[in-house]
Design a protein. Sequence first.
Length: 403
Amino acid sequence: MDSLIRVLAQALDMVEIAYIGASTNHGKRIAVLCAAMGRYLGMGEDELSDLVCCALLHDNALTEFIQLQRGSEEDTIYLGPHCEIGQRNLERLPFKGDITGFIQYHHERADGQGPFLLLEGYYPMGAELIAAADMIDVNLHLQRIAPEGLPALRQGIAGDIHRRFTRRAGDALLAVLDEELLASLGDERIVETVNRSVPAWIMDMEDPALVPIAEFIARIIDYKSVFTRIHTQQIANRAWVIAEHYGYDLTRKIQLYLSAALHDIGKLAIPSEVLEKPGKLNDEEFKIIQTHVVHTRALLDADEGLGPITEWASNHHEKLDYSGYPMGKTAADLDFNSRLMACIDIYQAVSEERPYHPRRSHADTIAILNSMAERGKIDPAIVRDMDEIMAPWSGKDVEGPRL
């Protein structure tokens, strides 16, 4: 669980940099500040774990919100829907305690001038702390503040108590924000700071609670583009159905499901004007699209705890005849589940509606996969299996796991 949250937080930072000009490692700094404030206020480890997870993912609704805003003639960014969507998304995850309002009210101000007009004392402490950390980092870019700037920073925080910050959050910030903590928020140190100061949230690969986490990740990725609204989730659902057909045990099924949910996480780093282009991509744009797999591997490689999930997810555009990308691997380089992920990805892309082709039936989709198999690009045995397994779902979306 901890691995997945940190991977997703890193990917969300990429989106924030591209869309709203947020500074690098924004989510990590919010998490570190919240962990320090929570400890100062006497939170237990479970409470801290929940708070830090919310802090890392406080802007989880960004891709979904951007899609809702797209096409609007107004330039105004409405924070209320952004917060409500983010709260709804996180409430699907298996938190240890109650996180009600942590994300929904993370843009509130003590003076009642936030999106929901709540005064100090009318929103939860978790929201107070995330709001305070978020506000100072968005406005001041804490990683750029030199030690000599700390007194002015602290003076500004003190002056904003009961206006921007609640008394509790403002006092906590002043108590923890010293030269050592400020220095630890720099880009060159932030990963080490997170590893040292942020409580881990550990789950094993047999925990069914990983399924809603995977669904949460898939939702964020799919909302990056209006053309792929169900792409990742459907690949994950197909992977689960196929894993059940093969008789995989629960651990292997969850690993494959997570791999499918994560396979396109690198697309969060791809410019939307390329992803959203309705016509054929030119050579330069296609090269940009291809880099999403490189970004996927880089994000997943950052955590060794994901094991084979990284390989299966990162190999989904490789082919058996070295014509795939980004590595140009061959059959000898690709294990069964890597080959399977490639076939599932092609099946979903070919069958779902896109600007350049209509939704296709199972028979038409399998015909395309068979043609590729005959040319030595994908595994013919897997295609034969998929012909049998996917036939009942022709023209329909595959249902998710029921645990």
